[in-house]
Design a binder for this molecule. Structure first.
Ligand code: ZN
Ligand code: ZN
Length: 796
């Protein structure tokens, strides 16, 4: 935070007046009443107001009091505020009396920041369960410290008429709170009560085929108790929340969970759980202190933590997973529901697998009709759909974000350098996000999803439009991935009147990590993921890059192998096992016993032939190496989502196994200083094959594979960093969501005296790509503003 407090003028004991401009997240967070109370306490005169750039205060009074005011202003700001700067000017004193909150001014360029949706605060929770309170059990209680924000904002400035609360007129009691600067609901834009605010309604399945209809007659507390009764009886409930609809059922009811899984067409992906409180969460998962902190944080993400062995959770909740995803209630509706049900609930996105989460009522009723038995809706519209965020704790780091969405978005993540021109970055194809930036500010969107259907593409377009409007970014530059078949690339290239900048996928991964840590490089990066388009038109994914924000050089890679069947090889890991064995043995491999029950011998033969030919694409993907090992050891021959085999292989790992497979580093070009290194995983595959032939369990193979890969990754990083004189190492890419691999690599590299940067605020997976693209584009524009073209790019 920068503070530009001028030298104090005027005599001690004399009067002084200052004008302070406060920037950061200071609107919709109770900042003006806070300033008002502070000024009154210090007996200052003056005023406070919101404008497009933040908050402006003029304060006048005894010199020591003004000084105290300026010192306390940023230090004691309300919990949801994030003060980034206080710029002060001395002003001539005025004879004005008292301190006022004046109405917002309009005009000029909006820069005020919208705050993320925030979990119900302690004060509101006390009222929620207080029999005597007028908001007792009211599912929409909120105040200036808590409640929905991003999901209800239609436009800025953040004022009630520009939110989805515009349709609710406040009753006199609510109005009085809203207008009283000393009330904790002063200008709480979503302020409401049972008399004037939104209400819940219960609906059920009607007709054949069943359609969900809002019955409408059962509202308020009766609707809640009917919903609770249905849940306890094993029904699937569609529940309208903050950022969209959830599907809920009892977590301990196997038939209900299995039915939900079947109806949702979600074959294997784990379902998240909601526990009533921390104690209930502790009964489900083993929680470290760091995990508890994440769980109770006001962002209220889903926290992935190790499941307890004796946990009373239906097997279908998270098959083959060592972890459970658990969250705590974050809206008053959740609090009342969980308290009444008294059991943990499955709480999963309200959608068919692969579609975006439903958030508009008509759409939800139609799409969820075949899935839910009852629906608990309400009449406060959601303006923008936002999924739950997902995080993991990692030792020594703030967190590892798997999905950054509700609770975190749209907090800005500043760039290490200012972009000379406003820009938008369109991200990747899977786990899509977009990012808008101007100057040093960058705003990464909520998680949009995999751009593989029309509904998600629509959501993507709406996201771009909303972020550009909310943060008043009129992009002159559009950054995109190099992959010609990504829908995001197509969307970017179709945009007219802008300059296009193509950015290599793994360079964007590395840049995103550098930039979130305020760094510009150069650094050495080990970037491991499933798929990324390389500058040589092959599929990259096991890359060592020497890079700064502006450009990169490829310094090493995983041994290239064929990917028989292209995309089919992603869904069928046994194909990668076949291709890797072909490569490792130099001849057509016999089908291993572990795959006999899974694969038709004729198919195996055909795939082996393709793998030996020039027909299949070539890849250096680390994700596909995990697939090959998982298939070969009998863990997983086919998957229902990208990365599943790797997740399960990590989960199966024997923690105590110390053995490691060989993964030699091969020097190219005679081992000169700049010569790239190649990780020869053929040796690994031969050793896996030998272990599997002797009947080694999956747990042992998994551990030896993880250990060998971590050891070699660290050695390759050390070698390359040493040769280039680099001190910083970046570990990123979706494969580094693997906590075992990540912590093992970090420990080794730090022991070798290197500084290791890992993604903490943004996901290591493709959800971080848009921000990385923005950082690269900003750096390239800053380096070559006249040309406005990439200053340098990687070798072909
Ligand atoms: Zn509150
Ligand atoms: Zn009211």
């Amino acid at each position: 935070m920068q503070s530009l407090v001028p030298e104090r003028t005027g005599s001690p004991g004399g009067r002084r007046r200052v004008r302070a401009r406060v920037t950061g997240v200071v609107q919709g967070v109770g900042f003006r009443p806070y300033v008002y109370r502070l000024a009154r306490e210090l007996e200052l005169d003056g005023y406070v107001l919101n404008d497009e750039r933040g908050v402006v205060v003029e304060a006048e009074g005894a010199s020591p009091a003004v000084e105290a005011f300026l010192a306390r202003l940023p230090a004691e700001a309300p919990p949801l505020a994030s003060v980034e700067g206080v710029a002060c000017q001395e002003r001539p004193t005025e004879a004005q009396e008292g301190f006022r909150i004046v109405a917002s001014t309009r005009g000029g360029e909006p820069l005020a920041l919208v705050s993320p949706d925030t979990a119900t605060c302690e004060a509101c929770l006390r009222e929620l369960f207080d029999h005597g309170d007028r908001r007792y059990r009211y599912p929409f209680i909120n105040c200036t410290d808590c409640g929905p924000r991003f999901t209800i904002v239609r436009d800025v400035p953040y004022d009630r008429p520009l939110t989805t609360m515009a349709g609710f007129e406040m009753c006199p009691a609510c109005r009085a709170e809203y207008e009283d600067p000393l009330d904790r609901r002063f200008h709480a834009e979503p302020n409401a009560c049972p008399v004037c605010g939104p209400s819940v309604r219960l609906g059920g399945a009607v007709g054949d085929p069943p359609a969900l209809e809002e019955v409408g007659e059962v509202a308020g507390d009766a609707a809640l108790s009917d919903a609770v009764e249905a849940l306890l009886g094993g029904a699937i409930l569609a529940l309208k929340g903050i950022g969209g609809y959830h599907l809920a059922c009892r977590a301990d009811d196997e038939p209900a969970v299995a039915r939900l899984r079947t109806r949702k067409h979600r074959e294997d992906r784990p379902f998240a759980l909601m526990a009533g409180d921390l104690e209930a969460a502790q009964a489900l998962v083993e929680l470290s202190e760091a995990e508890e902190r994440l769980l109770v944080g006001r962002e209220r993400p889903i926290v992935l933590a190790r499941r307890r062995s004796d946990v009373a959770v239906a097997p279908s909740v998270a098959p083959r997973s060592a972890d459970l995803g658990v969250m705590l209630p974050y809206s008053p509706l959740h609090h009342v529901l969980l308290s009444d049900v008294g059991l943990p609930l499955v709480m999963t996105s309200g959608n068919l697998s692969d579609e975006p989460i439903a958030y508009r009522d008509d759409d939800a009723l139609r799409r969820l009709a075949g899935i839910a038995d009852v629906v608990l809706g309400h009449d406060r519209p959601i303006h923008i759909r936002t999924d739950d965020s997902v995080v993991r704790a990692v030792p020594g780091r703030s967190s590892l974000v798997v999905r950054r969405s509700r609770g975190y978005v749209p907090a800005s993540i500043d760039l290490p350098l200012a972009s000379p021109r406003p820009l938008v970055a369109y991200g990747a194809q899977l786990k899509s996000t977009v990012c808008v930036a101007k100057g040093r500010r960058a705003w990464v969107s909520h998680h949009i999803g995999d751009l593989e259907n029309l509904e998600t593409l629509r959501s993507f377009r709406a996201g771009v439009e909303h972020f550009e409007r909310l943060f008043a970014v009129a992009p002159e530059v559009v950054a995109h991935d190099l992959h010609p078949d990504y829908l995001s690339t197509n969307e970017a290239l179709e945009r007219e009147g802008v300059e296009h900048v193509g950015i290599q996928h793994h360079h964007a991964h590395l840049a995103a990590c550098l930039a979130e840590h305020g760094e510009r490089g150069p650094a050495l990066g080990a970037i491991y993921d499933g798929t990324g388009y390389g500058t040589d038109a092959t599929v990259w994914g096991g890359e060592f890059l020497v890079a700064d924000l502006e450009g990169f050089e490829r310094a090493g890679w995983l041994w290239p192998v064929r990917m028989p069947g292209g995309d089919r090889a992603v869904r069928e890991p046994w194909r990668m096992a076949c291709a890797w064995l072909q490569e490792a043995l130099g001849e057509e491999p016999a089908m291993p016993a572990t795959l006999v029950a899974e694969v038709d011998p004729a198919m195996w033969h055909a795939v082996a032939q393709v793998a030996a030919s020039e027909l299949a694409p070539v890849t250096t993907s680390m994700g596909r190496l995990f697939d090959a090992v998982a298939a070969l050891c009998g863990s997983r021959a086919r998957v229902s989502y990208e990365g599943q085999a790797a997740v399960e292989l990590e989960a199966a790992c024997d923690e105590d196994e110390r053995g490691a497979y060989s993964l030699p580093l091969v020097e190219t070009q005679g081992g000169t200083t700049d010569a790239p290194l190649v990780l020869d995983a053929r040796a690994t595959m031969r050793e896996v094959l030998a272990d599997v032939a002797e009947g080694a369990p999956v747990a042992t193979v998994s551990a030896r594979f993880h250990n060998g890969l971590a050891e070699t990754t660290a050695r390759a990083c050390q070698t390359l960093a040493g040769r280039r004189g680099l001190d910083d190492v970046v570990l990123s890419g979706g494969v580094f969501q693997n906590r075992r691999l990540l912590t093992n690599c970090v420990t080794r590299l730090e022991a070798a005296g290197l500084r290791v940067l890992v993604p903490e605020r943004l996901p290591p997976n493709d959800g971080g790509i848009a921000y990385g693209q923005a950082a690269v584009a900003a750096a390239q524009l800053a380096a070559a503003p006249a040309r406005g073209s990439p200053a340098r790019s990687g070798p072909d």
